[in-house]
Design a protein around this ligand. Structure first.
Ligand SMILES: O=C(O)CCC(=O)C(=O)O
Ligand SMILES: [Fe+2]
Length: 310
C-alpha cells in the first residue's frame, strides 16, 4: 500500500510544540519517514555542504586513502566496503564518516578541501539542533521528560556516537544491472533518527515493516524523492526499540535511475543520531531487554561492513 509521506513544519517550534508532536508522532507511527520544512538550515548552507562533499570525493584515491575507514572508530573514507544484508554485495559507492570525537587523522585537512572541518562541524551542529527538536517531541509522546534524548545524545561527551556520512554513488552510464538491482540495498537504519539530504529521486520507502517480508523484497515501494527546502527524516531501529515498537524503523533503498533520469554520480548526506555509548536503550513497557547504545551500535555496524584488508 502506498502511503503519503507528510511534510511537517518546525515554524514557531516552541509555541506549536504540541501540534508538531502530534504530526511527527502520526508520521513516525506509520510510514516512519517524513519531511521537515522551516527547519532552520538555509538552501545555501545545504548546497555548500554538497559542494565540499563533492570536492572531497573528487580528490585522487591516494589522497582520500590518508583518511581510510577505521571500523573501531566508525570514521574515515571507504569505497565499496559497505554492504546491505538484503543482497549481501558491496554498494557501488564511496562514503566518508565523520564524528564529533576520536577523529585523529580522519578530518580532511584545509589543504585537501578548504574549510572542510569548520564548515562540516557547523553544519553538524545545526543538524543536531534540528534533531533535538524532533527528539524532544518523541520524548514527550513516549512519556519521557522532554530533555530525555537531549541528555543521552550529548555531543560534548567523548562517547558520543553521532555519525555524519557523506555519500557518493558512482555513475551508472552504460552499465547493465540485473532487474531490481538497487543503488543502495533495502535496509533499516539502526540509530535513533536520521536526517537525510539528497538531490532528485531515487529513495524509496516500504511503509509498514510489520507487514513486509524480510528486507521488503517484492513488496510495494513508495517513492520518497528529495523535496527542495526540506530534510527527509526517518526513524531508526534504536528509537523503534526505545518506543517498544510504537515508532517504526522501516525498510528503504535507493533504486537505480530509470532511462531519461541522470545516470551520473548521486550525492547524499546523512546525519545519523545515535545515543551516547553508555546510554541504555530500554522502552517504558519493557518489550525488549535493555541494551547499551554501545553494544547496539557495535552489533549493527559489524553487519554492514565488508571485512577490511589489514
Ligand atoms: O543515499 C540515500 O539517499 C539514502 C542513504 C541511506 O539510506 C543510508 O545511508 O542509510
Ligand atoms: Fe538508510
Amino acid at each position: 500500500m502506498v502511503r503519503p509521506i507528510v511534510q511537517v513544519s518546525l515554524k514557531n517550534f516552541e509555541q506549536r510544540k504540541q501540534e508538531i508532536t502530534k504530526e511527527l508522532w502520526d508520521a513516525a507511527n506509520d510510514v516512519g519517514f517524513f519531511y521537515l520544512k522551516d527547519h532552520g538550515l538555509t538552501e545555501d548552507e545545504i548546497q555548500h555542504m554538497f559542494s565540499i562533499s563533492k570536492a572531497f570525493f573528487d580528490l585522487p584515491a591516494d589522497v582520500k586513502g590518508k583518511y581510510r575507514f577505521d571500523l573501531k572508530k566508525n570514521s574515515g573514507w571507504e569505497s565499496g566496503q559497505q554492504k546491505r544484508a538484503s543482497h549481501n554485495l558491496p554498494e557501488l559507492k564511496e562514503s566518508l564518516q565523520l564524528k564529533w570525537h576520536n577523529m585523529e587523522g580522519k578530518w580532511p585537512t584545509d589543504e585537501d578541501v578548504a574549510d572542510f572541518k569548520d564548515f562540516s562541524e557547523s553544519f553538524m551542529k545545526k543538524c543536531q539542533e534540528i534533531s533535538f527538536k524532533v527528539l524532544s517531541c518523541f520524548a514527550l509522546g513516549l512519556g519521557f521528560d522532554e530533555d530525555f534524548f537531549t541528555k543521552n545524545h550529548d555531543i560534548l561527551r567523548p562517547d558520543a556516537q553521532q555519525t555524519f556520512r557523506l555519500m557518493h554513488y558512482f555513475p551508472v552510464f552504460s552499465r547493465e544491472f540485473p532487474p531490481g538491482f538497487p543503488r543502495a540495498g533495502s535496509h533499516c537504519d539502526f540509530e535513533t533518527i536520521t536526517l537525510l539530504f539528497a538531490k532528485g529521486a531515487g529513495l524509496e520507502v516500504c511503509p509498514g515493516r510489520e507487514a513486509t517480508s524480510q528486507h521488503a523484497m517484492g513488496d510495494e515501494w513508495t517513492p520518497c524523492p528529495a523535496i527542495p527546502g526540506t530534510i527527509t527524516v526517518n526513524i531508526g531501529d534504536a528509537l523503534m526499540r526505545w518506543s517498544d515498537d510504537k515508532l517504526k524503523s522501516n525498510y528503504h533503498r535507493v533504486r537505480m535511475p530509470v532511462p531519461g533520469e541522470d545516470q551520473g554520480s548521486r550525492y547524499s548526506i546523512a546525519y545519523f543520531n545515535q545515543a551516547n555509548k553508555s546510554a541504555v536503550i530500554a522502552g517504558k513497557e519493557g518489550r525488549y531487554p535493555p541494551v547499551t547504545a554501545e553494544d547496539f551500535v557495535r552489533e549493527s555496524l559489524a553487519a554492514i561492513y565488508v571485512k577490511q584488508e589489514e
